[in-house]
Design a protein around this ligand. Structure first.
Ligand SMILES: Cc1ncc(COP(=O)(O)O)c(C=O)c1O
Length: 388
């Protein structure tokens, strides 16, 4: 749409860098065959891009073995592989109330159908989980600690290094949901003591939808919860044990991998710190502007230390959905309203009963003008609301 101000980068990044669109098109036209299934040159060349992208992503996370980088459809898919492949009857898991449904629902299913016991650690008034609260809940049968890295509701980045250190000390596998953080915040699995990372390609990694993955550190294993074709050792009756085949099933999303490859290259060229700095400068501007409007409540935005450019707010006396509809209809501003698939976070924030919050997600292509317009628009909506 003409002149749309897109502030819904928490849902997916848009637009993508031009390189992503052009590379996906040229790659798929030239190399769009099924890699790893045959030995002809074109097939090998397609496979080379898949391998190169594995390598880039493993490097991005400081993972030592690119084969332990497995592609999935998105982070929901990767998180399902983790939660169903690492927990079984009699196990205990620890997570937080800031999680997305892609963590919560697999855990609810594991609890309901397999009796896995789960503890949900609340975040504090600033939006952070206390690592000691996690430590207090570790038991002899705790088999997984799984934590959202950066919140898709309030943008807080959890203290994963401290949590990881505790998990390592107690010998409990530690997984993070890096859906919002990968591409915005550096993730070094060694330094942060992380065992498994789930990521999605279409958000901050600037790739297309339908591609994501997970990295599994050496020494940690995920059981098969699926089985199927791998393109190699077809006579074996059982799905292969070795990575990446272990967690990859059927033909992958080749054009998605190409897009992700181009997205990663763009991030490398720009520099993750520069991208983050740009987004946080705009986030600061947005928060300062919204804070000055009497009648706007911001959630957990007191300071921007350990944050990404995702914020949530409500206009007093107004349903979040109505604010979003006005921003869209009257001002051509796209943002997201509702619970953002994180119902426990809204229960804790007290926003579940009022239809959730209005969320603004800032991306690398947003500008100061976008933010100024959004602040003015919210101010005008508040003025009209007050006159009612
Ligand atoms: C924190 C978080 N986790 C998981 C997901 C799921 O991502 P996907 O829909 O790409 O699987 C999202 C997407 O909104 C998210 O923000």
């Amino acid at each position: 749409m003409e002149n749309l101000i897109y502030l819904d980068n928490g849902a997916t990044s848009y637009p993508k860098p031009d390189d992503v669109y052009t590379f996906m098109d040229s790659f798929y036209r030239r190399f769009g065959v099924n890699p790893g299934r045959s030995g002809y040159d074109l097939c090998m060349e397609t496979g080379a891009l898949v391998d190169a992208t594995r390598k880039m992503l493993a490097g991005f996370l400081n993972g030592s073995d690119p084969n332990r980088l497995c592609f999935s459809y998105n982070s929901t898919d990767a998180l399902n592989l983790i939660i169903f492949g690492m927990l079984k009857q009699g196990d205990h898991a620890i997570t937080t109330t800031i999680e997305h449904n892609s963590v919560l629902r697999p855990l609810y299913h594991q609890n309901k159908f397999n009796g896995v016991e789960v503890d949900y650690i609340p975040f504090d008034t600033n939006g952070f989980v206390d690592p000691d609260d996690i430590k207090q809940k570790i038991k002899a049968n705790t088999r997984l600690v799984i934590v959202n890295h950066a919140s898709n509701v309030i943008g807080t980045v959890q203290p994963v290094e401290a949590i990881g250190r505790i998990c390592r000390e107690y010998g409990v596998p530690f997984a993070i949901d890096a859906s919002q953080s990968a591409g915005k915040v550096p993730i070094d699995i060694e330094q942060l003591h992380i065992d498994v990372v789930a990521f999605t390609g279409h958000k901050s990694l600037l790739g297309p939808t339908g591609i994501g993955g997970l990295y599994v550190r050496q020494g940690v294993d995920i059981r098969h919860t699926r089985a199927g074709g791998t393109g190699v050792r077809s006579a074996d009756r059982m799905h292969l044990e070795e990575y990446p085949y272990r967690l990859e099933y059927g033909t992958g999303n080749i054009v998605g991998i190409a897009g992700l490859h181009a997205g990663l290259k763009w991030i490398e060229k720009k520099g993750i710190d520069q991208i983050h700095h740009h987004e946080m400068r705009l986030t600061r501007m947005l928060i300062d502007g919204l804070s000055e409007i009497d009648g706007v409540s911001l959630h957990c935005q007191d300071d921007l230390v350990d944050h990404i450019g995702v914020i949530s707010f409500n206009i007093d006396g107004m349903e979040a959905l109505n604010t979003g509809t006005l921003l869209d209809g009257e001002y051509n501003i796209a943002c997201r309203t509702g619970l953002h698939c994180a119902p426990l976070a809204h229960e804790q924030l007290g926003t579940a009963q009022i239809g959730g919050s209005v969320r603004i997600g800032i991306g690398p292509f947003n500008t100061e003008d976008h933010i100024k317009t959004a602040i003015e628009a919210v101010g005008e909506i508040v003025d009209v609301q007050k006159k009612k």
